[in-house]
Design a protein. Structure first.
Length: 398
């Protein structure tokens, strides 16, 4: 009953307590802007869900320069390049030499741990295990949302601004009227079979491999735990794959005349990761603003997911801060257009990397040869290498 519902009032209501929602909450709190975060999952579930993470230097700075924690600097693994491997040969790209930039391997669940700890340290109002049941009055000056807490308590949040940071299955996104939205989607006929294994690094840098048998990514987690992927059917059954079969498949996708051999070890996590390209336009409606996966998703090939989410958060935070400090809503009204410029650049780069490196199941021989020609062109040209390096490490803010 509405009469039994507790009303909470705040300036900014944030639906979604993953890295994007918590980072926005953290930045707002530092600026003295009151906010409440509501997340359906419990904190332990998010912190123990293994997700890869390649952070642009701007994302690392957003964590460290705002006082979240320094773990990304002590536990993160800074990388100054990648290897593109095709025709059985590796072609290194040196990011420092090409664009004077690096990236840092730091798992998304570790980013969450740092942000959750910072919000707890600073007394943030973050409510995990709470399910949002309704979003109301988006086109008024007091948007609202209702949620049920883990103990069964019913709440209604009244706010000035509402932010949907609730992931690719966003409840908030679905509340925008069909007449006011347009979705752009590309589905891919393949997925990634991902593993975590107890093993030493196979290579100093990540290896992105194009092979006649399909794509493979030799990534890392730490000195003793490695993350690797290979292209598979979206309906692949992980239980049908033994450790020997997995290692054999990964090895044949990186085989070459140079004799490169993977370093193997016990596999303790297996998963199939389907993906797509998706953009919702606009990223706002009334006083609702979408950030991160709630508004767009990218294939993982370009390592842009979390970085795009943080870029959205930075743009939105600056707009909200301007709104409260000056009373001018201009930056808020321009949020969607500003964020989407970077989103579409990242979509282009991620699509390009995906189509260049993967082998579609029904690909004609011409298309396979064309992709090899493209890889040869990119690696054989300083300008090609520079474009890839600049896109991979991230474009300047603004």
């Amino acid at each position: 009953m509405a009469s039994e519902r507790t009303v909470l009032k705040t300036r900014v209501g944030i639906v979604g307590g993953g890295p994007a929602g918590l980072m926005l909450s953290h930045l707002l709190a530092r600026a003295g802007i009151e906010n409440i975060v509501v997340e359906s999952r419990d904190a332990d579930t998010i912190s123990t869900t293994h997700r890869a993470g390649i952070l642009e230097s701007g994302a690392v700075a957003l964590l460290t320069d705002t006082g979240v924690d320094g773990r990304v600097l002590t536990l993160g693994d800074e990388h100054a390049g990648i290897d593109l491997r095709f025709n059985g040969e590796s072609h290194p790209l040196d990011f420092r030499e090409l664009v004077d930039a690096t990236v840092t391997l730091y798992a998304q669940n570790e980013v969450f741990v740092d942000l959750a700890a910072a919000r707890e340290r600073d007394g943030g109002d973050v409510r995990f295990g709470s399910e949002v049941t309704a979003v109301l009055d988006l086109e008024t000056e007091t948007p609202k949302f209702r949620f049920t807490a883990g103990d069964g308590g019913e709440f209604e949040v009244h706010c000035d601004l509402l932010v949907g940071a609730d992931g690719s299955r966003s409840f908030c996104r679905r509340q925008i009227p069909e007449s006011n939205r347009r979705d752009f989607t590309v589905k891919y006929p393949f997925a990634w079979f991902g593993i975590l294994a107890e093993a030493p690094k196979s290579s100093p840098e990540l290896i992105y491999a194009n092979s006649p048998h399909g794509f493979a990514l030799v990534s890392q987690r730490s000195e003793t735990v490695q993350r690797m992927y290979f292209q598979c059917d979206p309906g692949e059954d992980v239980d049908a794959w033994s450790e020997d079969r997995i290692w054999s498949e990964l090895q044949r996708r990186v085989d070459g005349p140079d004799g490169f051999t993977l370093k193997t070890g016990p596999i303790f996590d297996k998963t199939v990761l389907p993906f797509r390209s998706f953009v919702r336009e606009p990223l706002s409606h009334g006083r609702l603003f979408l950030v991160g996966d709630a508004g767009h998703t990218v294939p993982p090939t370009g390592a842009k997911g979390l970085n795009l989410a943080f870029a959205d958060v930075r743009v939105l935070f600056e707009a909200i801060d301007s709104f409260y400090s000056t009373g001018n809503a201009g930056l808020l009204e321009g949020y969607s257009d500003t964020a989407l410029r970077r989103v579409w650049k990242a979509q282009n780069f991620s699509y390009w990397m995906t189509t260049m490196l993967h082998t579609p199941p029904d690909a004609e021989p011409f298309m396979l040869k064309r992709a090899l020609g493209e890889l040869d062109t990119v690696t054989g040209s300083r300008y090609g290498r520079q474009y890839l390096a600049e896109s991979y490490t991230g474009w300047p803010h603004g």
